[in-house]
Design a binder for this molecule. Sequence first.
Ligand SMILES: Nc1nc2c(c(=O)[nH]1)N[C@H]1C(S)=C(S)[C@@H](COP(=O)(O)O)O[C@H]1N2
Ligand SMILES: [Mo]
Length: 159
Amino acid sequence: MTDEKTPAWLHGHAHEPNPEPPTADPSIILRRPDGSEVFITPEDLQRLPQCEVADCYIVSTGHGTSGPFCFTGPRLSDVLQAHLVGQGWSYVDVVSADGFGNRVTADELRASTRRPILLAIARDGQPLQRAQGLVRLIVPDERDDALRQVKWVARLDVH
Ligand SMILES: Nc1nc2c(c(=O)[nH]1)N[C@H]1C(S)=C(S)[C@@H](COP(=O)(O)O)O[C@H]1N2
Ligand SMILES: [Mo]
């Protein structure tokens, strides 16, 4: 069964990566725990403090490993902090425009300080192109078939 609490991607079954951007629009809607929403563009993300994480690999059983890449963008924790002033939360579902997604917990965000989880807007010093996944969730050091490296982030559903 698929509802807001149990999205299909949460079951983590084998997945064929989608090579094509599902839409042209790289903007993101953040939904707060109280149901209010914020519209976020890549330009908004650019205005937050930028973090570089080098030696990132995209590991796929289907089409091998690519990298190493250096991804740049704001920390996911900074994006949430900027918009959740005074609101408690326990996890965020990062969902793409093609229905792919990954859940990040507040605990793991707090723990990922050395190689932080990013919303990447650049790769190897160049702006990330839409076809390359703009805006892309980067969970450094994840090795589970890149299931956490969500391309084309369209929604941040915070709970
Ligand atoms: N939006 C979205 N992100 C995604 C996927 C996808 O199908 N859609 N596939 C994942 C998987 S299984 C892999 S292996 C990588 C592939 O990333 P690449 O296209 O940069 O090689 O993207 C991940 N992120
Ligand atoms: Mo994958």
